[in-house]
Design a protein around this ligand. Sequence first.
Ligand code: BG6
Length: 492
Amino acid sequence: MSFDLVLIGGTGDLAWRKLMPALFQAWRHGTLPAGGRILAVSREPMDGAAYRVWLQQRFQDLAGPTRPSTGDFERFAAQVHYLQVDLAQAGHYPRLQRWLKQPEADEGRAAAADTVVFYLATSPHLFPQICAHLGAAGLNGPEVRVVLEKPLGHDLESARAINAAVGAVFSERQALRIDHYLGKSAVQNLTALRFGNALFEPLWRRESIASIEITLAESLGVGTRGDFYDRTGALRDMIQNHALQLLTMIAMEPPSTAHADAIRDEKLKVLQALKPFDAQSARRDVVRGQYRAGVCEGRAVPGYLQEPSVPAHSACETFVALRTEVRNWRWAGVPFYLRTGKRLAAGAAYIVVNFRAVPHPIFTGPHPANRLVIKLQPEDGLELHLLAAQGHSGTEALAPVSLDLDFDKAFFESRVGAYERLLLEALHGRLNLFVRSDEQEQAWRWVEPVLQAWREDDAAGLGPRPYAAGSWGPAAASALVARDGCNWAEEL
Ligand code: BG6
């Protein structure tokens, strides 16, 4: 397979922090198809050689295994090219077209590539314009796909407008919406756990499961992204996409095949079955918070309002906790708790499936219910918490034990990063891990009443609840789950 992968926004943060390192890893793992060219495109005036030097310098800032040796970098970078194009200018696109259609002799390839992927690593407000220009320049053949980075819109209307503009040029099968959480190994393992094993399916329902928690906690603050973050907030940044995508993977019905649309149809049904918010429940079942100064991982850190580029009176939320339900036969009445935040007590992402307690305890002492923990990061693994007999007599108190599966250790050699996986899927045209436009729009539809309620509250001077950096968020988040007799899982 020959491919041309065009990184539009080739000098941007995403390109050098995530995409190029992911491509390097794929090259190192031998999974990047041979016969490919990677073309970075941006307005910066430089040539291929200067770009490769620039990229090598950026790679020095990367940590650990993602940093290549000089020899490896040079071998990898032999397929990295650069083209100076201002993508706002229609007149610049024929240059791109010429580059794609006429491979140079030294590329070892006589014809244009079988597959062309445009990765739009730019600000999403440019997507409509870039797609229109690509179309007008004749760059929308059947071998072409576009990859769209989040955030895709800031509400339903803007997401629809972007989807319509992209859809005017590229079909749904050509438009690949990235949610990098879907590329994480834990999500692959969750799918394997549910649909590759018969063990859990009979238990995966309201009769056996009491509640489900999804926590995406970060200890980092907003750092240098204050300007972007303040226009976005945690609900749009993490819940509308990453948390809801994880929820669909947990709650979906088994698809009839592994075909992308069979899977995405089932995910869409989950989103459609989510209990809708109204003005009242948006206030009752959603807690928003904003961090104040505190101590995070042993270090004194400033509050959100003191971060660079954040307005002094911002009402932007850096924390969200919410309770919802999936209204269908499998899940009726089971609470799903979603929580995310910056500057929390730990940087950890996990899903906790809380099983129901035994119906009739015969042992003495407490009987904590069984719990399955799907860990996304920092480690990647599964833990099944069971109770076992501690002493010689069966009537003594039981002790919790945990069956642990550490995927990082088990599959160390073959670990694949999220962007690495998603880039390879995009090159191969496999759509399973990309979000379809109807899923994405439905997720916006669901969060909109919350955004509306917050706008009204802001106008009434009722902003987000403060929480100390380094804590687990506002006390109201604990009260939200305590209403159902639950706790957030914090000691894993
Ligand atoms: C991004 C958000 O989509 O995901 C960031 O914009 C967030 O704010 C990041 O930090 C978290 O991703 P990960 O893979 O580090 O958990």
